[in-house]
Design a protein around this ligand. Structure first.
Ligand code: GUN
Length: 291
């Protein structure tokens, strides 16, 4: 069994991006600039956005954190988005999800300029991705593809079962892995909460992508010997023994599944760090496309 080390791979990617930024700066050009908008005080969201901003600093990007109060109106947020769309010194930005309930997420995502949509959430980018055109690919599926490529995992002709159909992970990864190209050409089944006999599907899968958000859902009896296991789950589970009061759990019962698998991503340290690295990569691409 080989651990797909997302932490190390993400670090390698960041070093590559850092070198590109250094050469941009040496040519006396401004570096890539990413902004992140967060509305409210959700603990997990603040942690993720904090990591994104720190990673920007690490690779030499400019970064701007825009923190808005929970009570911010949809109108105010749309104004902010208009401002960001018009800012010529900004290459890309993200609006951290989920947004407070009084804000229409769809309306917000539609307002983002697709050329600055480094999350790849705008329908224009999603559609372009599905049509195999140049597009910003959402960071989490993009990170999974990058991991599969860097570890030279064969996907062509393999049966891949994706568990979860979210717009951010399940749906896009299922599209990408069925497309032509590297880390593609797989036969993909998308399973979800209404799927019957899920274990029968996962037991026949060469590759399982878990993007469900239910801690330790995938157990050893549900996978076949030698399967590749990609775990996208990150759930905070209360644990008084831990100083933070919680532990992070994936969708896979790692200890029992890992011994049956050929490759597996750990949680934490698997897909999570890749997501941040790919956001940086998308920002660099946004910068380069503008030149
Ligand atoms: N919430 C959970 N994942 C993401 C992400 O990749 N981008 C944004 N903007 N919000 C998220």
């Amino acid at each position: 069994m080989i651990i797909l080390d997302g932490k190390k791979t993400a670090q390698d990617l960041k070093e590559e991006i850092k070198i590109s930024v250094a050469s941009i700066r040496e040519n006396n050009q401004r570096p890539p600039h990413l902004a992140a908008v967060i509305v409210g005080n959700d603990g997990a969201s603040l942690t993720y956005v904090g990591s994104k901003v720190r990673s920007c600093e690490y690779v030499g990007f400019d970064s701007t954190l825009i923190q808005l109060e929970e009570s911010t109106t949809e109108e105010t947020l749309l104004e902010k988005i208009k401002e960001l769309n018009q800012d010529a010194n900004l290459d890309g930005y993200i609006v951290q999800l989920p947004l407070p309930k009084h804000i229409d997420e769809e309306k917000i995502l539609l307002a983002i300029d697709p050329t600055k949509d480094v999350d790849g959430f705008h329908p224009s980018n999603f559609g372009r991705m599905a049509l195999e055109m140049d597009a910003f690919i959402p960071a989490t599926p993009f990170g999974i593809i990058e991991l599969l490529e860097r570890y030279k995992i064969e996907t062509s002709g393999k049966h891949c079962v994706v568990v979860g159909r979210s717009h951010i992970v399940g749906r896009p990864i299922s599209i990408l892995m069925s497309q032509k190209g590297s880390a593609g050409n797989a036969t993909v089944t998308v399973a979800h909460s209404r799927t019957e006999n899920l274990a029968n599907l996962t037991r026949n899968a060469d590759i399982v992508v878990m993007a469900l958000g239910i801690p330790e859902f995938l157990t050893a009896d549900m996978v076949k010997e030698g399967a590749v296991i990609i775990d996208v789950g990150i759930t905070r589970v209360s644990d008084d023994r831990h100083p933070k009061g919680y532990v992070i759990k994936g969708d896979v019962a790692f200890d029992e599944v890992s011994s049956k698998s050929s490759y597996i991503t750990p949680v934490p340290g698997g897909v999570g760090p890749m997501t941040i690295a790919m956001l940086l990569k998308n920002t660099l691409l946004a910068y380069q496309r503008k030149l």
